[in-house]
Design a protein around this ligand. Structure first.
Ligand code: ATP
Ligand code: MG
Length: 562
């Protein structure tokens, strides 16, 4: 598919490069991308951008996208992360088929290439410590100082590298470095470390190795081995590209084209895996899938849908310049999707008892409620109605200001799908707290309209007390109080910007009976209160637990009007 056949809005500078490459037959018509996560944490919404980009290109150009785990650091990587990454990519709606690879599967090949470079006088074993290497690296203004070990003979280098591999030396005592260019203006080219000694167990290669290749000595070659055409990565790797090019040229191997794009940043959250790990480890949140986390698993549990995340990634586009996207835009995408698909129900978060004094004591009737006004084909359901009801406490004011149109003494409102009711009396307890409203209903208004044409200015949601099912609701706010959590005052850290009110647990929520029957993971709208998701872990029959994914208020529309 050429770019001109692409749906509007989807094109970007990377697709334009691919179009041009196809036109000039640069890669023999092949389009092969990859998504290369390091399995040292859970995926986040930033990764979703990269996933949609790489898998989306493969899909639209009838190419292939590999999933490759860049697992060169045995100390931080775990099988749990590998499993979660695969689950999250599949959930987002992408499939790598048989193309699942691990950089660790290339360790033998990388070792061979290291030997080749030593034999060709292009690599040497260096006895400097990591700190000494740093100190002799030079600055942007000054060249680095060559290592005193740079001119070791090939034989000595081969012998020492062999003994490094055999486990003779302690961690950090030696490295293998490329003989590149200590005077290069690009610091990455100043004799970079290729291998380090690390007596550590690897999640896949076990204890086979005690030397491990550096990420920079692995990534470009892995792309080369897999014959990737377009190696798409984030901007911070722009300075590494000359080194990847140098390795491929020095080794005389296939050479993919690296293209950099700007990473996604979102307001009111953090995105680096190091910080997310810290939040989990220090229990600022309840695990990687805490619904406040920007992780894919957190967003899923919160109530995000794959469609809404893909839509978001489409809308933010792909560019070369760093920017920060408003989190309200992500919420807007979810709201738009759930508005189309989520069935509506009634639930009362903060119940206030209403007794209909003129309603027969032991009568129950069933009223018909629309499941989704956006999708008439979803039909209707029955909602029980009886003498004692719950309404939202915030929907009543004893002494209302002028513009308050909901319930107050003497005022009349509509109960959704039911009747008009009028507040006749307010009952309080000994402390003066309102505990009950006595109201009358108008039997002529069944279904919600008055035959005499009389109007009301508000429609309230409600639940029949005798039929209500108790539930827990978890209401979320942004994880941080600042748009940019990294912006801190003196003596503070980003942790100090955590929002202490990011989670509010509400118990004693009253649900209409049908709502209590939905399955864990189901997306619903609580009328007037927001979109909710039955919690994937804690929701169970008889013990409903709902996460509020978003409120109904569209903060994104407001931001755009500014
Ligand atoms: P972090 O900086 O969050 O620790 P990372 O870059 O170390 O992330 P990787 O596992 O190496 O995480 O990322 C896999 C791929 O996802 C890389 O190609 C990387 O460029 C891309 N990626 C990571 N974060 C973002 C982001 N915020 N926006 C877009 N792409 C991202
Ligand atoms: Mg990375």
């Amino acid at each position: 598919m050429s770019n001109s056949d692409m749906p509007a809005g989807k094109t970007n500078f990377i697709r334009q490069i691919i179009d041009e490459d196809l036109r000039t037959n640069k890669w023999d018509g092949r389009v092969m991308t990859r998504f290369p996560p390091e399995p040292n944490g859970y995926l986040h919404i930033g990764h979703a951008k990269s996933i949609c980009l790489n898998f989306g290109i493969a899909r639209d150009y009838k190419g292939i996208c590999h999933l490759r785990f860049d697992d060169t650091n045995p100390c931080k990587e775990e099988q749990e992360y590998v499993d979660s990454i695969k689950e999250d990519i599949r959930w987002l709606g992408f499939d790598w088929g048989e193309h699942e690879y691990f950089a660790s599967d290339y360790f033998d090949q990388l070792y061979e290439w290291a030997l080749q470079m030593i034999r060709n006088g292009q690599a040497f074993v260096c006895d400097l410590s990591a700190e000494e290497i740093r100190q002799t690296r030079g600055t942007l203004k000054e060249p680095g100082q060559p290592s005193p070990y740079r001119d070791r003979s090939v034989e000595e280098n081969l012998d020492l590298f062999q003994r490094m591999k055999d486990g003779e030396f302690p961690d950090g005592s030696r490295t293998l470095r490329a003989k590149c260019d200590m005077a290069s203006p690009n610091l990455n080219l100043r004799d970079p470390v290729m291998y380090r000694i690390l007596h550590a167990h690897h999640h896949r290669s076990g204890d086979k190795w005690c030397i491990y290749p550096m990420y920079d000595f692995t990534h470009g070659q892995s792309d080369s081995i897999e014959r990737i055409t377009h190696s798409i990565c984030t901007l911070e790797f722009e300075d590494h590209r000359p080194l990847y090019d140098w390795y491929c040229d020095t080794l005389g191997i296939y050479h993919p084209q690296q293209i950099e794009f700007a990473r996604l940043n979102l307001t009111y959250t953090v995105m680096s895996k190091r910080r997310l790990l810290e939040l989990v480890r220090d229990r600022h949140v309840n695990g990687w899938d805490d619904p406040r986390m920007p992780t894919i698993s957190g967003l899923r549990r919160r109530g995000y849908t794959p469609e809404s995340i893909r839509d978001f990634c489409d809308r933010i586009g792909v560019a070369k310049a760093d920017n920060t996207v408003e989190i309200q835009m992500l919420e807007h995408c979810l709201r738009e999707h759930l508005n189309k698909v989520a069935p509506r129900y009634m639930a009362v978060l903060n119940p206030l008892k209403v007794v209909l004094t003129n309603y027969p004591d032991d009568q129950t009737e069933t009223l018909e409620a629309v499941n989704n006004p956006e999708r008439p084909e979803d039909g209707t359901r029955e909602v029980p109605f009886s003498k004692v009801l719950y309404i939202e406490r915030e929907d009543f004011m004893e002494d209302p200001p002028k513009k308050f149109f909901r319930l107050s003494p003497g005022a009349e409102v509509r109960l959704r799908y039911a009747y008009f009711i009028k507040c006749e009396e307010v009952i309080k307890d000994a402390d003066g707290e309102i505990v009950e409203l006595r109201c009358t209903y108008d039997p002529a208004t069944r279904g919600g309209d008055a035959p005499d044409g009389r109007k009301v200015k508000a429609t309230l949601h409600w639940v029949s007390a005798a039929h209500a099912v108790d539930a827990e609701a978890r209401l979320y706010d942004h994880l941080f109080v600042k748009e940019n959590p990294g912006a801190v005052e003196d003596g503070q850290t980003w942790i100090d910007n955590l929002n202490p009110d990011s989670l509010k647990v509400v118990s004693g929520v009253k649900l209409e009976p049908e709502l209590a029957k939905v399955a864990a993971g189901a997306h619903v709208q609580f009328e007037r209160l927001g979109y909710f998701c039955a919690d994937a872990k804690d929701h169970a029959p008889g013990k409903p637990v709902f996460n509020r994914a978003v409120t109904l208020r569209d903060a994104w529309a407001k931001i755009q009007q500014k």
